[in-house]
Design a protein around this ligand. Structure first.
Ligand code: GRF
Length: 226
Protein backbone atom coordinates (compact mmCIF):
# COMPACT_ATOMS: atom_id res chain seq x y z
CA UNK A 1 0.00 0.00 0.00
CA UNK A 2 1.23 3.50 -0.87
CA UNK A 3 2.37 5.30 2.27
CA UNK A 4 0.63 8.48 3.33
CA UNK A 5 3.19 11.26 3.70
CA UNK A 6 2.58 13.15 6.92
CA UNK A 7 3.92 16.51 8.01
CA UNK A 8 3.40 17.08 11.73
CA UNK A 9 3.20 20.56 13.28
CA UNK A 10 4.11 20.79 16.96
CA UNK A 11 4.78 23.29 19.74
CA UNK A 12 5.46 21.15 22.81
CA UNK A 13 6.30 17.76 24.21
CA UNK A 14 5.24 15.78 21.16
CA UNK A 15 3.89 12.63 22.76
CA UNK A 16 1.33 12.34 19.97
CA UNK A 17 4.15 12.73 17.45
CA UNK A 18 6.01 9.96 19.29
CA UNK A 19 3.00 7.68 18.95
CA UNK A 20 3.05 8.23 15.18
CA UNK A 21 6.81 7.71 15.00
CA UNK A 22 6.42 4.43 16.92
CA UNK A 23 3.61 3.29 14.63
CA UNK A 24 5.69 4.09 11.55
CA UNK A 25 8.75 2.31 12.90
CA UNK A 26 6.70 -0.75 13.83
CA UNK A 27 5.07 -0.71 10.37
CA UNK A 28 1.68 -0.57 12.05
CA UNK A 29 0.38 2.23 9.82
CA UNK A 30 1.05 2.92 6.12
CA UNK A 31 2.60 6.31 6.89
CA UNK A 32 5.85 8.13 6.34
CA UNK A 33 6.49 11.20 8.46
CA UNK A 34 8.26 13.42 5.93
CA UNK A 35 8.86 16.30 8.28
CA UNK A 36 8.08 18.07 11.53
CA UNK A 37 7.60 21.82 11.87
CA UNK A 38 7.91 23.41 15.29
CA UNK A 39 7.09 27.02 16.05
CA UNK A 40 9.10 26.79 19.28
CA UNK A 41 12.81 26.08 19.44
CA UNK A 42 12.48 24.57 22.94
CA UNK A 43 9.82 22.01 21.97
CA UNK A 44 10.86 18.50 23.07
CA UNK A 45 9.08 17.21 19.97
CA UNK A 46 12.12 18.40 17.99
CA UNK A 47 14.35 15.88 19.84
CA UNK A 48 11.84 13.12 19.18
CA UNK A 49 11.88 13.87 15.44
CA UNK A 50 15.67 14.14 15.29
CA UNK A 51 16.08 10.86 17.19
CA UNK A 52 13.96 9.21 14.51
CA UNK A 53 15.95 10.88 11.67
CA UNK A 54 12.96 12.92 10.56
CA UNK A 55 13.42 16.31 8.86
CA UNK A 56 12.75 19.19 11.24
CA UNK A 57 12.04 22.84 10.45
CA UNK A 58 12.11 25.15 13.44
CA UNK A 59 10.17 28.28 12.59
CA UNK A 60 10.44 29.83 15.99
CA UNK A 61 8.11 32.64 16.88
CA UNK A 62 10.87 34.22 18.98
CA UNK A 63 13.83 33.63 16.66
CA UNK A 64 16.68 36.18 17.09
CA UNK A 65 14.71 37.94 19.79
CA UNK A 66 12.07 39.07 17.29
CA UNK A 67 8.60 37.62 17.10
CA UNK A 68 7.99 36.01 13.72
CA UNK A 69 4.62 37.14 12.44
CA UNK A 70 2.10 34.45 11.62
CA UNK A 71 2.36 35.56 7.97
CA UNK A 72 6.10 34.91 7.90
CA UNK A 73 5.66 31.59 9.70
CA UNK A 74 3.00 30.53 7.22
CA UNK A 75 5.09 31.55 4.18
CA UNK A 76 8.02 29.39 5.34
CA UNK A 77 5.76 26.54 6.47
CA UNK A 78 4.03 26.43 3.06
CA UNK A 79 7.39 26.28 1.26
CA UNK A 80 8.44 23.45 3.54
CA UNK A 81 5.22 21.46 3.09
CA UNK A 82 5.51 21.79 -0.70
CA UNK A 83 9.13 20.65 -0.62
CA UNK A 84 8.25 17.61 1.51
CA UNK A 85 5.21 16.85 -0.70
CA UNK A 86 3.07 16.06 2.32
CA UNK A 87 -0.27 14.33 1.66
CA UNK A 88 -1.65 15.25 5.08
CA UNK A 89 -0.74 17.86 7.67
CA UNK A 90 -1.31 16.86 11.28
CA UNK A 91 -1.49 19.49 14.02
CA UNK A 92 -0.41 17.62 17.16
CA UNK A 93 -0.19 20.10 19.99
CA UNK A 94 0.45 23.01 17.63
CA UNK A 95 -0.40 26.18 19.52
CA UNK A 96 -0.67 28.88 16.85
CA UNK A 97 -3.88 29.74 15.03
CA UNK A 98 -3.45 29.37 11.25
CA UNK A 99 -5.01 31.85 8.83
CA UNK A 100 -7.65 31.03 6.23
CA UNK A 101 -5.17 32.01 3.51
CA UNK A 102 -2.71 29.39 4.76
CA UNK A 103 -5.37 26.72 5.02
CA UNK A 104 -6.56 27.42 1.47
CA UNK A 105 -3.04 27.52 0.05
CA UNK A 106 -1.89 24.43 1.91
CA UNK A 107 -1.14 21.64 -0.59
CA UNK A 108 -2.67 18.99 1.70
CA UNK A 109 -5.63 18.67 4.04
CA UNK A 110 -4.96 19.61 7.66
CA UNK A 111 -6.29 17.77 10.70
CA UNK A 112 -6.00 18.67 14.39
CA UNK A 113 -6.31 16.71 17.61
CA UNK A 114 -8.21 18.66 20.25
CA UNK A 115 -8.61 17.57 23.89
CA UNK A 116 -12.39 17.85 24.23
CA UNK A 117 -15.56 16.49 22.74
CA UNK A 118 -16.11 19.29 20.24
CA UNK A 119 -18.11 21.44 19.82
CA UNK A 120 -17.79 21.59 23.61
CA UNK A 121 -14.76 23.37 25.06
CA UNK A 122 -13.03 24.93 22.09
CA UNK A 123 -9.75 26.66 22.94
CA UNK A 124 -7.63 26.13 26.06
CA UNK A 125 -8.02 24.59 29.57
CA UNK A 126 -10.50 22.05 28.29
CA UNK A 127 -10.10 19.56 31.16
CA UNK A 128 -10.63 22.10 33.94
CA UNK A 129 -13.64 23.47 32.08
CA UNK A 130 -15.12 19.98 31.66
CA UNK A 131 -14.79 19.35 35.43
CA UNK A 132 -16.19 22.78 36.23
CA UNK A 133 -19.20 22.12 33.97
CA UNK A 134 -19.85 18.77 35.69
CA UNK A 135 -19.53 16.79 32.44
CA UNK A 136 -20.19 13.06 32.73
CA UNK A 137 -18.25 12.34 29.55
CA UNK A 138 -15.11 13.90 28.17
CA UNK A 139 -12.51 12.99 25.56
CA UNK A 140 -10.84 14.24 22.42
CA UNK A 141 -11.70 14.98 18.81
CA UNK A 142 -9.84 14.81 15.52
CA UNK A 143 -11.21 17.39 13.12
CA UNK A 144 -10.46 19.07 9.83
CA UNK A 145 -8.85 22.46 10.26
CA UNK A 146 -10.71 25.45 8.91
CA UNK A 147 -10.22 29.17 9.47
CA UNK A 148 -12.59 29.11 12.43
CA UNK A 149 -10.85 27.79 15.58
CA UNK A 150 -11.63 24.14 16.48
CA UNK A 151 -14.73 24.22 14.24
CA UNK A 152 -14.05 22.12 11.11
CA UNK A 153 -15.78 18.82 10.37
CA UNK A 154 -15.17 16.38 13.22
CA UNK A 155 -13.92 13.06 11.88
CA UNK A 156 -13.58 11.03 15.08
CA UNK A 157 -13.98 11.30 18.83
CA UNK A 158 -12.73 9.13 21.70
CA UNK A 159 -14.90 9.26 24.79
CA UNK A 160 -14.39 8.37 28.45
CA UNK A 161 -16.56 8.59 31.55
CA UNK A 162 -15.46 11.27 34.01
CA UNK A 163 -14.86 9.69 37.43
CA UNK A 164 -16.05 11.36 40.65
CA UNK A 165 -12.48 11.86 41.81
CA UNK A 166 -11.11 13.11 38.47
CA UNK A 167 -9.24 16.42 38.54
CA UNK A 168 -8.12 18.51 35.57
CA UNK A 169 -4.73 16.75 35.84
CA UNK A 170 -6.05 13.19 35.94
CA UNK A 171 -8.44 13.96 33.11
CA UNK A 172 -5.61 15.37 31.05
CA UNK A 173 -3.61 12.18 31.56
CA UNK A 174 -6.58 9.94 30.78
CA UNK A 175 -7.51 11.93 27.67
CA UNK A 176 -3.90 11.84 26.48
CA UNK A 177 -4.10 8.03 26.49
CA UNK A 178 -7.17 8.27 24.25
CA UNK A 179 -5.36 10.67 21.93
CA UNK A 180 -2.67 8.05 21.35
CA UNK A 181 -5.37 5.75 19.97
CA UNK A 182 -7.78 8.06 18.16
CA UNK A 183 -5.11 9.98 16.20
CA UNK A 184 -3.49 6.84 14.71
CA UNK A 185 -6.97 5.37 14.13
CA UNK A 186 -8.05 8.46 12.18
CA UNK A 187 -4.84 8.58 10.16
CA UNK A 188 -5.25 4.86 9.39
CA UNK A 189 -8.73 5.58 8.05
CA UNK A 190 -7.34 8.34 5.83
CA UNK A 191 -4.34 6.27 4.72
CA UNK A 192 -6.55 3.33 3.82
CA UNK A 193 -8.93 5.55 1.85
CA UNK A 194 -11.86 5.08 4.22
CA UNK A 195 -11.85 8.80 4.93
CA UNK A 196 -11.03 11.13 2.05
CA UNK A 197 -7.40 11.76 1.18
CA UNK A 198 -7.09 14.28 -1.62
CA UNK A 199 -8.03 17.87 -1.27
CA UNK A 200 -11.11 17.69 -3.49
CA UNK A 201 -12.50 14.76 -1.53
CA UNK A 202 -11.45 16.40 1.68
CA UNK A 203 -13.53 19.44 0.79
CA UNK A 204 -16.53 17.12 0.48
CA UNK A 205 -15.82 15.72 3.91
CA UNK A 206 -15.47 19.26 5.16
CA UNK A 207 -19.08 19.73 4.07
CA UNK A 208 -20.05 16.81 6.24
CA UNK A 209 -20.20 14.07 3.61
CA UNK A 210 -18.76 10.61 4.02
CA UNK A 211 -16.77 8.92 1.27
CA UNK A 212 -18.97 5.84 0.95
CA UNK A 213 -22.73 5.88 1.46
CA UNK A 214 -22.62 2.51 3.23
CA UNK A 215 -20.42 3.85 6.04
CA UNK A 216 -21.66 5.56 9.21
CA UNK A 217 -21.89 9.34 9.03
CA UNK A 218 -19.17 11.44 10.63
CA UNK A 219 -18.05 11.82 13.33
CA UNK A 220 -17.16 8.28 14.29
CA UNK A 221 -17.23 7.96 18.07
CA UNK A 222 -15.19 5.43 20.00
CA UNK A 223 -16.05 4.87 23.65
CA UNK A 224 -12.76 3.78 25.17
CA UNK A 225 -13.25 2.46 28.68
CA UNK A 226 -9.83 2.47 30.27
C1 GRF B 1 -2.63 17.34 23.31
O1 GRF B 1 -3.42 17.29 24.46
C2 GRF B 1 -3.47 17.77 22.14
O2 GRF B 1 -4.78 17.35 22.20
C3 GRF B 1 -3.42 19.27 22.24
O3 GRF B 1 -2.10 19.54 22.68
C4 GRF B 1 -1.59 18.42 23.40
C5 GRF B 1 -0.29 18.02 22.78
O4 GRF B 1 0.40 17.05 23.52
N1 GRF B 1 -3.79 19.89 21.00
P1 GRF B 1 1.74 16.42 22.96
O5 GRF B 1 2.67 17.57 22.56
O6 GRF B 1 1.39 15.56 21.78
O7 GRF B 1 2.33 15.63 24.08
Amino acid sequence: MKKLKLAVLVSGSGTNLQTLINAQQANELPIEIVGVISNREDAYAIERAKNANINVAVLSHTSSGKRMTIKTFEKHALEQLKEWQADLVVLAGFMRVLSGDFINACPAPIINIHPSLLPKFKGLDTHARAIEAGEEEHGCSVHIVTAELDSGQILTQAILKVADDDTADTLQQRVHQLEYQILPFTIAMIAKGVFATDKAEYLDVQQGEVVAECLPKLPWKLVIDD
